[in-house]
Write a protein that binds this ligand. Sequence first.
Ligand code: B12
Length: 475
Amino acid sequence: MADYDILLVNPPVMIENKPEFEASGVIFLIDDIQISAINPGILSIDSYLKSHSINTKIIDLSNDNDYSALSEEMGNEPKMVGVSCNSAFSYMETLESLRVAKEVYPLTVTVAGGQHIGMLGKRIFMDTDDLDVLVTHEGEIPMLKLYGVCARNGIDLCDIKGIIFRDGRGSMRETPLQIETVDINDMSPLDYESYPNFRDFTPYVEESRGCPYRCEFCTNYQMMRKVRTKRPEIFAEELERVITLWGSEPMYAILTSSFGVSYEDGLEKSRIIGKKGIKWTTEFRADSQLGEAFEELSENGLSVCNIGFESANEDILQTMRKTREPKAYIEAMRRIAQKSSNIKDTILRVNFIFYPGETPRTLKDNIRFLIENPVDSVTYTPLVIYPGTEIESNFRRYEQDFGSEIKHTQFWDSRHAHLCKPSRFFSFEEMLYLCRSMEKLFSTDEAWVQSREYYYNQRDPELHNRLTKSRYKLM
Ligand code: B12
């Protein structure tokens, strides 16, 4: 009798190999502080399976330096082990977790899924023999069906949509992709207490899933397709439960690709949070109508407002497919920055990407924008090209048009994600230095630190000091 039937694993981060160089403040995790966020995909799958009376267990290795907890926690041969790979920075570690699982129990069915690995598709099977099934998109329904097949000792996986597996003869099989997604309003509530040491992580409520926009550099549209928003009353119930578990002290993350895709809905949810008197953070687009309600969001406790602005240059915005109306988009960002200058209680953090096609003129536009419209904190990251994004297939054109070049190094190649030389005007190294310098020049020290604290274990008493030190860490 197994201790549990399905073990779900959040693997370690970047312990297999380290980058050959460092870039801007956020692409690489700071050496001595590990990101401390619940893996929301794992928790969602776990809660969904439990609601179907399946015995599951989560282990989180994201702050570990080895896999010993995995071999120790395998129990009496679970039927399935599911490993989540939501970023390239845990890819090698996902492969190793699969290897450890197979080594301990060769007959256990290994499954992987997540934002990074799902988009890799068949390519993953070239990197490992230890994976039985890859779930390419959302995991709740495929995991339930896979369990059904395993529990019956069945072998026919072909009825499960959106999976890739090796059949009995070792050939690769891919089932038709017709994404089956859960209704996030109808799912039983997340079982946060199942997540080991959940109080050490940032509390969160999932507000919506999916994104209607199709930015060239993002996987979300490919991965989730439909946007699904949680109804305010369901959101309120979940928030209530989370606050009961974590209390009102920590900063809460409201998880979404873009908060309040519908303006009224977003505003209503902010009022719900406001009544609870907690601090919270979320992200929305520069042209979201919510920008107009910035004062009210702040009064409702929004403490760190992330805006995925990406660029103040119209051509770059169009290359990215961020917007079809770049002028209006930049103006909307300007209005948010101006509103924010009169508001003390909310840190405005604005994200930029150093993109293929940048020239001195495009960079000057960003510098001019930030001088004219100071914000509290800036995140300036080189583009990372992830599998499954449209830019992955468009890149050849950028090589010709802009002189962009993929940077091949052992670290990035092994993880199937890539940095690039952006254009014939900027070398790779110049880009890295410029990104880091832009963050230093246009963020205040205090806001830069405060806008990152919630990524990490908020109960760590030394966290603030260590983050402050890392801001000026030399490359
Ligand atoms: C919120 C968020 C964060 C938060 C974490 C939130 C928290 N827990 O509090 C923070 C800010 C901490 C964060 C950090 C990082 N993030 Co982030 N993050 C997101 C974001 C915006 C939303 C994630 C979300 O809400 N998911 C909701 C859940 C339900 O969906 P899900 O995680 O995809 O899970 C589903 C499927 O993927 C699948 N699945 C997942 N695991 C498994 C496992 C199995 C076995 C199966 C079958 C299926 C399966 O099923 C799940 C349920 O349907 C996504 C982009 C997006 N819109 O999704 C980026 C995203 C995941 N992040 C990304 C990155 C790069 C990072 C960082 C590396 C950034 C950095 N430089 O520091 C770090 C790494 C963190 C880490 N520990 O590895 C990238 C990953 C791209 C890639 N291919 O590598 C994404 C896709 C954004 C992008 N650039 O396009 N992130």
